[in-house]
Design a protein around this ligand. Structure first.
Ligand code: SF4
Length: 140
């Protein structure tokens, strides 16, 4: 089979468009967040252990508008709405870890491929927290 150079160009264009759309979504999410008002925003950020400047920096990371923590929990078999999960995630600043995670692109690609659960132990900064939560579920 001969390779078609047009396919490579098309793929590159798709990647650029995906990055552009992602940046637009992140900008919109950041705008919407700060539109809630500075006091409310500071309170919410304080609750997850982030400063406003850390939050703004994190909004430049890939897929900044995506909630990977909830998706990751569901993927590995943790109920994200369970009271103990919410309490543990809050105490361990799991949202902060996710929002500032340097592996968001890799995380996204595994989510899209539906194989996050078989790869996250190689790169996810929240992996030990997920293990503890999974262990708690077995203990109960
Ligand atoms: S890899 Fe990063 S973004 Fe993905 S679930 Fe883990 S901490 Fe969150």
């Amino acid at each position: 089979m001969t390779s078609n150079p047009f396919n490579g160009t098309l793929e590159a264009c798709r990647s650029v468009i995906a990055v552009f759309k992602d940046r637009r979504r992140s900008k919109a999410a950041r705008r919407e967040f700060w539109a809630l008002g500075p006091e409310e925003c500071k309170g919410m950020l304080n609750d997850i252990g982030m400063s406003p400047s850390e939050f703004d920096s994190a909004m430049h990371l890939p897929y900044a508008a995506e909630d990977f923590l909830t998706l990751a929990m569901l993927s590995v078999g943790i109920d994200p709405d369970d009271f103990d999960t919410l309490e543990f995630a809050h105490d361990r600043f799991m949202s902060r870890t996710c929002i500032t995670c340097p592996h968001r692109r890799r995380c996204h690609d595994h989510m899209e491929a539906f194989d996050f659960e078989s790869h996250y132990r190689d790169f996810c900064p929240n992996r030990d927290n997920f293990s503890t939560l999974l262990g708690k579920r077995c203990d109960s």
